[in-house]
Design a protein around this ligand. Structure first.
Ligand code: SF4
Ligand code: SF4
Length: 454
């Protein structure tokens, strides 16, 4: 493969492991059993809980729904059906606003407390790989590590060049231990989902990839996998961001995902470990994805814990369940490195959320930005071996050509460069924007070329 992309010509990556940075994990909730919440007072189901097109509401105000009733239908190919997580009555269909200013339509349901299962639910009949994909289309399962990519679409790959199935159990984001608890509490459904996928796809080998500090999970999953010689446990370095697709694939297989390419271009498929568990669970009972585990932490939380939350539960009720120790200044949905701030406490937990961080004023102390001292820490720690400072400068200058040469589109928005920068430069903010800009420009160029060729 020809070298391409970065100015210093490191693409594709050499044999050296991609490193990242040494960031304290702070996973104090990892050893606690997952707790359950009482039924929330209301359920809010936005029609976009995945990457791709919004779903169309299938219910109207006054309708009765059960657990697993189809509430939002995925009309586009890249989309995933949304199901009710409670039995009850639809009380409202209303607009909601995201933190970034986007709007969405949400179905609001008042639970009746009975939690009756929808009569249409049954164990899926799986005979071959195509029937597995068709079943997943009705499962509501999306990438649960945070990406939200529809699972049926992710399964729909050409296996001619795929020789390995990777299960991402790195969970490298500080604080978050939701995937860890999935391994400790539901290893059976993880293995059932994975072995079914291997049986039906014909992929000969699988690796469950876990960071080296999670010693209990490594030995526990090794025991679970011992019965199937196709499945091994791959141990990753304890460095953030081992769970990022490019980093994990390279560190486990030694292969690079090409610039602008897909993980399958490296001959592997890659699934988050909780997603794999949900596949296994759905194959056993046919109940669509209506609940998930999230880690609730932060200095303002009285009782940090992993809690099983019904999809659509308002953030306010999850926080109340865990209790408050201090006045809240900020809520972050997801981890501290890649999560996003949420200002509306009545906004719900959606299916791809894996964490909720609640901070007081003290926890949100903002460091003072000073001039770049050219220490190079941002370059040496960038897992994609980019030049974050150069990208920041080029972005500020509006130099699109330079950004393309610097391969800003390879930035995975992991936040490592900002974390390590002693001058506290807002590098990630700049590289994020630059990444989106280069991707948009490349997409526009592809479209123009297609138009010209048509
Ligand atoms: S945010 Fe982008 S530029 Fe910064 S370290 Fe991560 S991949 Fe590199
Ligand atoms: S880490 Fe910060 S101070 Fe060091 S070179 Fe990068 S931007 Fe400059």
């Amino acid at each position: 493969m020809a070298q391409q992309g970065t100015r210093h010509g490191i693409w594709p990556f050499g044999p050296r492991k991609l490193r990242g940075a040494d960031i304290p994990h702070n996973k104090v909730t990892a050893d606690q059993q997952t707790t359950c919440m009482s039924l929330p007072s209301t359920i809010v189901l936005p029609m976009q809980q995945h990457i791709g097109a919004k779903c169309q509401p299938q219910v109207a105000k006054g309708d009765h729904v059960d657990v697993g009733t189809l509430v939002g239908h995925a009309e586009a190919r890249t989309s995933a059906d949304i199901f009710s997580s409670v039995s009850g009555t639809v009380v409202e269909i209303r607009n909601i606003f995201y933190s970034n200013g986007d709007t969405d339509v949400a179905v609001v349901i008042e639970p009746d407390g009975a939690q009756t299962l929808d009569g249409s639910i049954g164990v899926p009949d799986i005979s071959d790989y195509q029937s597995l994909i068709a079943a997943m289309k009705r499962s509501g399962i999306v990438g649960l590590g945070g990406a939200g990519f529809p699972t049926d679409l992710k399964l729909d790959v050409d296996f001619a060049h795929i020789d390995r199935w990777l299960v991402n159990a790195a969970e490298c984001e500080p604080y978050i231990s939701s995937d860890y608890r999935e391994m400790m509490e539901h290893a059976d459904t993880i293995m059932h989902g994975l072995t079914t996928c291997l049986d039906l796809s014909g992929v000969p080998q699988a690796s469950i990839c876990i960071e080296e500090d999670k010693t209990e999970a490594i030995s526990f999953m090794k025991k679970q996998a011992a019965s199937d010689p196709r499945v091994e446990i791959a141990v990753l370095p304890e460095r953030y961001p081992q769970g990022a697709g490019h980093v994990l694939v390279h560190n486990v297989t030694g292969r690079s995902i090409p610039r602008g390419g897909h993980v399958t271009d490296a001959g592997v498929v890659l699934f988050n470990v909780t997603t794999m568990s949900m596949i296994g669970k759905f194959l056993q009972d046919g109940v669509p994805l209506t609940k998930r585990r999230i880690t609730v932490m932060g200095d303002a939380v009285a009782h940090p814990q992993n809690v099983e939350v019904l999809v659509g539960t308002p953030i306010r009720e999850v926080v109340e369940h865990c209790g408050l120790a201090k006045e809240v200044r900020k809520i972050i949905v997801g981890g501290p490195m890649m999560g996003y701030s949420q200002v509306d406490w009545d906004y719900p937990i959606v299916r791809q959320n894996n964490g909720l961080l609640v901070f007081s004023e003290m926890g949100m102390e903002k460091p003072r930005t000073t001039a770049c001292i050219r220490c190079g820490a941002c370059i040496s720690s960038c897992p994609m071996r980019l030049y974050p400072r150069e990208i920041q400068n080029s972005y500020r200058r509006g130099d699109a050509e330079a950004l393309d040469k610097l391969a800003a589109d390879l930035c995975m928005k992991c936040g490592t460069c900002s974390y390590v920068c002693p001058a506290k430069q807002p590098l990630t903010q700049a590289t994020r924007l630059a990444c989106d800009q280069v991707k948009a420009a490349r997409k526009a160029a592809r479209r123009a070329a297609q138009k010209k060729g048509a």
